[in-house]
Design a protein around this ligand. Structure first.
Ligand code: PXP
Length: 261
């Protein structure tokens, strides 16, 4: 694996606004408005907005996707399960990016990566029309060589590595597991890049644990939501996003020197 001593490019921050919609839906009305949060995120320096339209519509609604597509200038990363219903919605809106995630009704959040290796044929056919329509297809997967190879074989240009296991180990003070997960993410980011894939990462990232992931030279984008929306309660969304951006920039500077972000 090629060892890079400079990052491949500027590290983008995608802000996931799902949990603004979670709070809204707790009362069933229109506030707080996730589209307003997206506009604020954009003003605070987010490079993109991420939103997951779940099959059960537990947070983001169809109308939110419509509004995000027309009211937000930064690219939308549309997270969805690989179902016919979602494919039709994606093809109707043609967002900048479509990120395929696994979905189980009983889960609280996206608990694992997509099983690409077992569904290679179906997924290859599933993503073809999305790519043809101009969407950049990304696959949310565990840092697992088999899954990464399968993602490359089906022709996805981007993978997003699931950082949840690393973040959980970090938060729970399981240092050996934390270090093992981080090493796995580092190796698999390099492996994926060597296969020609663009590498993104996300899930569970906080101010405390973001830096080591932000310092991987192959990682081009982090998608962060739950922590930022929670932190916004205390410091405001603008401040939370700016501080996360500062942590990411500091990680890049520490790893690669001044002038690199
Ligand atoms: N990336 C993907 C593919 C996700 O499914 C999620 C969670 O919806 C995130 C990033 C953001 O994770 P978190 O909300 O824990 O920051």
């Amino acid at each position: 694996m090629a060892d890079l001593n400079q990052p491949l490019g500027r590290l983008r921050l995608g802000v996931n606004i799902d949990h603004v919609a979670t709070v809204r839906n707790a009362r069933g009305g229109d506030v707080p408005d996730p589209v307003r949060a997206a506009a604020l995120a954009e003003a605070a320096g987010a490079d993109g907005i991420t939103a997951h339209l779940r099959e059960d519509r537990r947070h983001i609604r169809d109308s939110d996707i419509e509004a995000l597509m027309t009211q937000i200038a930064v690219p939308l990363n549309f997270e969805m399960a690989a179902t016919d219903e979602m494919q039709a919605i994606a093809l109707r809106h043609t967002p900048h990016a479509v990120c395929l995630v696994p979905e189980r009704r009983e889960e609280r959040t996206t608990e694992g990566g997509l099983e690409v290796a077992r569904e290679e044929n179906r997924l290859a056919h599933f993503i073809a029309p999305l790519a043809e329509a101009g969407c950049r297809v990304s696959i949310f997967i565990a840092a697992d060589q088999r899954q990464i190879e399968a993602a490359a074989r089906i022709g996805a240009p981007v993978i997003e590595l699931h950082t949840g296991a690393y973040c959980d180990a970090y938060a729970e003070g399981r240092f050996d597991a934390r270090d093992a997960e981080l090493a796995r993410l580092r190796d698999m980011a390099a492996f994926a890049h060597d296969l020609g894939l663009e590498v993104h990462a996300g899930h569970g990232l906080t101010y405390d644990c973001v830096r080591p992931v932000a310092a991987f030279p192959q990682v081009m984008e982090l998608n962060i939501g739950h922590f930022l929306i929670g932190e916004a309660i205390f410091s405001g969304l603008d401040s939370a996003i700016r501080r996360m951006r500062a942590e990411m920039d500091a990680a890049r500077r520490d790893a690669f020197g001044e002038g690199v972000a």
